[in-house]
Design a protein around this ligand. Structure first.
Ligand SMILES: [Zn+2]
Ligand SMILES: [Zn+2]
Length: 350
């Protein structure tokens, strides 16, 4: 199938139109016309080559909302016309213990990311959502609940699941005291989801500038991490901290905020930490943990949860030809919303 998208042709992260082909449908494949495609901070890092060498041209994008336009003969779950989503993975071995219990992101044989990795069957490099069409095996296609606005649902598929999964893993519920570091694409979803689960949420920020924004999302308030007095007064006041900052930073100021048995979960790609103090962990049985997206079953759960609680990410809708401008803004710092591309202006050449 002929399609068109926006691709990086080298590590300069400049996106250009790219005409390419999607594979012919296999028995269990679903062909999707992409309607909306979210722009994730990790797209920028990946095309830049920050996380290792890439195959170019590379079409990024793993927050995909679209409509089914064709299905393979063995497909049972989807029909032409269904509104669906695709997130950060498009395949896994489907045979190991992790795949068996719905944690394909930790597949023993390595899951297949939505873009930039070899397909398990033909070895072709996967290409993501900044395109008009995608072909994905049905096990990795999500159902878009009717209550969700398709134009604002795409970021749930990465930013949403990445924060939802640790909130569930650490049993956040009514009365949980949750801190969120960073109020970008991930952080703002973390606040909305944790509030909907009944938690009392505090945003940890370097300045009080974000207070109004945080409260607008349902947070109790902002704790300014550069205010030593306020940080001291907040000691042992949190059960869980979600650290969404996607660059290297010091965790030490945050650990004393955890109560006994509290956990700080890293969901951003922080890289190596050169300075790590064990004392705050020992004195309080505190933990530092990590978490990667979520399984397919849980991704469907977060979509359903957002539908049930009327949660939509804060989105700014742009055209695909504005992607480079969006990258420039994102590279400068965190923004408390997600850029989502409306793909309707993309046309496939004859
Ligand atoms: Zn992402
Ligand atoms: Zn597996």
């Amino acid at each position: 199938m002929k399609t068109v998208g926006y691709a990086a042709f080298s590590s300069d992260a400049h996106m250009q139109p790219y005409h390419f082909e999607r594979r012919d449908l296999r028995g269990n494949d679903v062909a999707i016309e992409i309607l909306y495609s979210g722009i994730c901070h990790s797209d920028l890092h990946t095309v830049n080559g920050d996380w290792g060498k890439q195959h170019y041209p590379l079409v990024p994008g793993h927050e995909i909302i679209g409509r089914v336009i064709d299905v393979g003969p063995q497909v049972t779950r989807y029909q032409v016309g269904d509104n669906v989503g695709v997130g950060c993975m498009v395949d896994s071995c489907q045979a190991c213990d992790q795949c068996d219990h719905g944690e394909e992101q930790y597949c023993r044989n390595g899951m297949t990311p939505t873009y930039g990795a070899p397909d398990r069957i033909d070895g072709e490099i996967t290409q993501g959502g900044y395109s008009k069409h995608i072909v994905v095996r049905e096990e990795f296609v999500l159902r878009l609940p009717e209550a969700l606005d398709p134009s604002r649902a795409a970021p749930i598929l990465c930013a949403g699941i990445t924060t939802f999964s640790p909130l569930r893993t650490w049993n956040v519920g009514k009365g949980s005291r949750v801190g969120v570091i960073g109020l970008g694409g991930l952080g703002h979803m973390a606040v909305k989801l944790a509030v909907a689960m009944g938690a009392e949420v505090t945003v940890l920020s370097r300045s009080a500038r974000k207070a109004e924004e945080a409260e607008g999302l349902g947070a109790k308030g902002v704790l300014v991490s550069t205010d030593r007095g306020a940080m001291k007064a907040a000691a042992a006041s949190l059960d869980l901290i979600l650290d969404t900052v996607p660059v290297r930073h010091d965790l030490k100021p945050y650990l004393p905020l955890l109560d006994v048995d509290g956990t700080l979960v890293i969901v951003g790609q922080v890289g190596d930490m050169d300075d790590f103090a064990s004392a705050p962990m020992i004195f309080g049985r505190r933990r530092v943990a990590g978490s990667l997206i979520g399984g397919i079953k849980e991704t469907q759960e977060v979509l359903n949860f957002c539908a049930e609680h009327n949660i939509h990410p804060v989105c700014e809708i742009i055209r695909p030809d504005e992607v480079n401008d969006a990258y420039t803004v994102m590279a400068k710092g965190d923004i408390a919303h997600r850029y989502v591309m409306d793909m309707s202006s993309l046309a496939v050449a004859d």
